[in-house]
Design a protein around this ligand. Structure first.
Ligand SMILES: [Fe+2]
Ligand SMILES: [Fe+2]
Length: 320
């Protein structure tokens, strides 16, 4: 069996649609300027509309306009927001595919590094077992909420964090970066379920979160073990995790601010072996590209223009 596979080689059945990461890459390269972002989205609006037509995301385009992805990423999920359920399903589906990629990442860590200690391999095997269970749990939760597998396209940016060919960096990226993000998102989902009184979802996500803490702990412990007696190696590994975390901060959408779309699960992360210093640094990380404020302002303008255009089109249609 091949070692170190490319994200494009991940096996999926015909229900799954693969999405390229072009939009997020383009966005990270844009200046922190509302007008530039508005113009770019207006220009690509027909293409974005075409890409969501017939998919579950079409209703998000209708409700928020071409920049629906910016709103979805930057605002906390809210059952009362327009298309609140679709937004919840989008997140749930993202978590479901994220769990699949976490299983693939852990299994790859076991296979890609044959010279690592037996205990490391056992930890990775244990993680695979957990992730397989998580996939089933989130598939059931997706159906519980009225969704289905394959309703949204899958982005493989999480698995890409699992592509380092160095074992310390691999566990730093997957177990501390990706699994740490899972802690933040799951804590947020528990809060959401408490708010909506969905006891099934609250309890299921709580069970999963307990496992994720263990996975982060595997990362904290193995980074320490792999880099012991080599401070320079430890530094390179920490820098790598920082780069992964920056990618996972979605331009600052995840932060310790009250209104963050994804607040940092501070207590959970401390329990999993992150230090206060690392968490403070994480809270101050924001990705490359435009700030959250700029993106929110651009999304608002684009949404207003989208509705103006719809009204104008409806009026022209009525006259003819
Ligand atoms: Fe998981
Ligand atoms: Fe995990």
């Amino acid at each position: 069996m091949k070692r170190f596979i490319d994200p494009n080689e991940l096996a999926r059945d015909s229900r799954f649609v693969r999405q390229d990461n072009a939009q997020s890459t383009v966005l990270a390269a844009m200046p922190d300027d509302v007008d530039v972002i508005v113009n770019a989205f207006e220009q690509f609006s027909p293409m974005i509309e075409e890409s969501v037509r017939g998919t579950a995301a079409q209703s998000l385009f209708d409700a928020y306009g071409p920049a629906f992805a910016l709103t979805v990423i930057n605002e906390p999920i809210d059952p009362d927001a327009p298309e609140g359920l679709t937004r919840l399903l989008l997140r749930m589906h993202g978590i479901f595919v994220g769990e699949m990629q976490a299983l693939e990442g852990a299994a790859r860590s076991l296979w890609d590094f044959p010279d690592t200690p037996w205990e490391f391999k056992m930890n990775m095997a244990r993680q695979c077992w957990d992730e397989a269970r998580h996939i089933q749990i989130f598939e059931k939760l997706l159906v519980h909420l009225g969704g289905y597998v394959g309703m949204f396209p899958e982005s493989t940016f999480l698995f890409e964090a699992a592509c380092s060919d160095d074992p310390a960096m691999r566990v730093a990226g997957v177990n501390r970066g990706l699994e740490g993000l899972a802690c933040d998102v799951f804590r947020d989902m528990i809060r959401y379920a408490e708010k909506t009184g969905d006891e099934k979802m609250r309890q299921a996500v709580d069970y999963v979160l307990a496992d994720e803490l263990t996975h982060v702990r595997f990362g904290s412990e193995w980074v320490r073990e792999f880099t012991k007696d080599d401070p320079e190696y430890l530094k390179r590994t920490q820098d790598y995790r920082r780069a992964v975390d920056k990618q996972f901060s979605f331009g600052g959408a995840r932060s310790d601010r009250e209104d963050a779309a994804i607040p940092i699960a501070w207590e959970d992360r401390l329990e999993a072996g992150f230090t206060e210093e690392e968490l403070t640094e994480l809270a101050n990380l924001s990705g490359d590209g435009p700030s959250k404020k700029t993106l929110t302002a651009a999304a608002k303008i684009l949404r207003e223009r989208h509705f103006e255009k719809r009204t104008a089109n409806a009026e022209t249609g009525a006259q003819s």
